[in-house]
Design a protein around this ligand. Structure first.
Ligand code: PHE
Length: 333
């Protein structure tokens, strides 16, 4: 009698277990059959009226049935838990590609691209990247660079002054060379830095000038470095940036902060030369101004316009395109 009842109960339980489609329903089914007040436990209570031998066999059968049902519940629970988790993950997933497909994706401005590539090239050559402020005192922009107040070279920088009054003369930096001074004041040689950044001059914007432009400065201070290292450094970076078919040359020039000084040019496919920037061996006065002994250390420096470089690289006819913010132009690069 008990055997028959038990078998049908287990069968019912197993049908309901497999039919349970979520964890709550399954818990309900579990309670109905194997819970404290469940049907199997209720059946256990009827055992008291049986003969000892019979009771033992029936008890065993009941325990087996309980174990069987509990096992099925556990199995079903792990299946349901796994699919509940999968459903939750699917629900929380953010499909970002769906959003992007409807939008125009932007990219870095071509001057930023040129600047990033220059940094990469120099970092690859062992330089680190330094920065300085865009507003400078006369000491950093001029004096420490061996350009005293009376020096005619001050005039050639077309400086934009900031009228802050006494005690200091303050200006927008007219080149990135002040970062040379700031670096030498705070770091001990050997120094191998490049310093990209914005620079400002009173120039009126035309096809080849912008009043706010970008330069990158290079400075090396070490023992026994000279003009040959400067020429080699320029050749390496130009090769890495423009390709190794592009040649470089130095032409004598003058800067108060380098001696000797030169202008450096790169070759063009039609056999001509384009001026890229200025360079030279760091003037001993400049080293001394920063507390570096010129007898022990030598250096070289160079500086050139990043915007001009972008103009050359992309063969633009007008540098003003870089700041016109015309997306039809910018999108091409
Ligand atoms: N600062 C100079 C300029 O703006 C370029 C330069 C840098 C020259 C370093 C020599 C050494 O024209």
């Amino acid at each position: 009698m008990l055997g028959v009842e038990l078998a049908s109960l287990v069968e019912r339980a197993s049908t309901e277990i497999s039919a349970a489609s979520d964890l709550e329903t399954l818990a309900e089914v579990e309670r109905t059959f194997v819970g404290k007040k469940g049907e199997l436990v209720a059946l256990k209570k009827t055992l008291g009226g049986l003969e000892p031998e019979e009771r033992k066999a029936a008890g065993q059968a009941l325990n087996e049935a309980m174990g069987q049902v509990a096992g099925q519940v556990n199995e079903r629970r792990s299946v349901l838990a796994a699919s509940a988790e999968a459903a939750q993950l699917a629900g929380e997933r953010l499909d970002l590609t769906e959003v992007m497909s409807d939008m125009q994706r932007g990219h870095a401005h071509l001057v930023t691209q040129a600047r990033d590539r220059l940094e990469d090239v120099f970092v690859g050559m062992g330089f680190t990247v330094a920065e300085g402020p865009e507003v400078e005192s006369a000491w950093y922009n001029f004096e420490a660079l061996n350009i005293p107040e009376w020096h005619p070279a001050r005039g050639s920088f077309d400086t934009i002054f900031v009228e802050l009054g006494e005690p200091e003369q303050v200006m927008l930096r007219s080149h990135t060379s002040p970062v040379q001074i700031r670096t030498m004041e705070t770091e001990k040689p050997p120094i191998y830095i490049v310093a990209p950044g914005r620079t400002f001059r009173t120039d009126t914007a035309d096809a080849t000038h912008l009043p706010a432009f970008n330069q990158i400065e290079g400075l090396v201070v070490d023992r026994g470095v000279g003009l040959g290292d400067l020429a080699g450094t320029i050749e390496s970076f130009v090769g890495a940036f423009f390709g190794h078919e592009v040649k470089t040359r130095l032409r004598p020039s003058y800067f108060p902060f380098t001696e000797p000084s030169a202008e450096f040019d790169i070759s063009t496919p039609d056999g001509g030369w384009l001026e890229l920037g200025g360079c030279g061996v760091v003037h001993p006065n400049v080293l001394a101004n920063c507390g570096i002994d010129p007898e022990e250390f030598q250096g070289f420096a160079f500086g050139f316009g990043i915007d001009r470089l972008a103009v050359m690289r992309y063969q633009l006819d007008d540098i003003r395109e870089l700041v016109n913010n015309d997306v039809r132009f910018l999108r091409q690069f």
